[in-house]
Design a protein around this ligand. Structure first.
Ligand code: GLP
Length: 245
């Protein structure tokens, strides 16, 4: 595991964008697995800038999203498809035939999950996976207790995640369920980059770096991955032991 600590969330976003751009320059046909949430917004902004300066093209790469709420039509303002279109795909040269987001409104969600997992396998597996992290250590929507060998599936969200994510919805809770790429699928990625920003992620980050590997903290298993980098801002790193700084 490598840990890099950046000054603030903008520095974190720039550093993450540079890592993605480096991957695409080395392998234009890369297969990427990408996150949503507030943390990666700076990364997408910097990637758009890097693209505008004609330093990288996304046209040959394939993009998968980590997750999507169940029961949302794709144009819903809080859907992750819409997030990706508005914050990233709108402004770069991705080939939309190679952009995948789980369909949260599929008539048969189980079939949609199988189709999604097969599409990842068919593409040749993930070269670079970029993750955010939930306050309870979730990655994608793999909540505490998710099996480390799980695959893309429908999951029930915890009350705490539904409350934290409620701000994107009119009610006081996010939807009850979501489709998420599984832990086993994430762990099969060749490289993994986890981004964490802000003090409210400090405890989860300390558990990932210093805690035992347990399904109760899904991201803790990333310690075992042979090419895992944590990009943190100073606040997210604030609970780490000195020897890990
Ligand atoms: C959601 C997403 C996760 C994301 C997490 C943290 O639950 N499913 O993939 O990592 O939010 O989001 P934020 O960066 O807004 O704290």
């Amino acid at each position: 595991m490598q840990i890099r600590i950046l000054e603030d969330s903008d520095g974190l976003g720039r550093s993450a964008a540079e890592a993605v751009a480096k991957e695409l320059k080395a392998k234009p046909r890369s297969i990427l697995l990408l996150p949503t949430g507030s943390t990666p917004l700076d990364m997408y902004r910097h990637l758009i800038d890097i693209h505008a300066q004609e330093q990288v093209s996304f046209s040959q790469a394939t993009f998968f999203n980590l997750d999507e709420y169940l029961g949302l039509f794709s144009e819903h303002p809080a859907s992750y498809r819409r997030y990706m279109e508005e914050n990233f795909y709108c402004c770069v040269d991705t080939d939309l035939d190679r952009v995948y987001v789980p369909n949260g409104n599929a008539p048969d969600p189980a079939v949609e999950c199988e189709r999604y997992e097969e599409a990842i396998k068919g593409a040749g597996g993930i070269d670079l996976c970029v993750l955010g992290i939930g306050r309870n250590g979730h990655i994608g929507f793999n909540e505490p207790g998710a099996s480390f060998d799980s695959r893309t599936r429908v999951v029930r969200l915890t009350e705490s995640t539904r409350r934290v994510n409620a701000e994107d919805f009119e009610g006081d809770r996010a939807p009850e369920k979501a489709i998420t790429v599984g832990m086993g699928t994430i762990l099969g990625s060749k490289k993994i980059l986890l981004l964490a920003s802000g003090e409210n992620k400090a405890t989860a980050v300390a558990r990932v770096v210093e805690g035992p590997i347990t399904e109760e903290v899904p991201a803790s298993v990333l310690q075992r991955h042979s090419n895992f980098t944590l990009l943190l801002d100073q606040e997210a790193a604030s609970s780490l032991c000195k020897e890990n700084l």
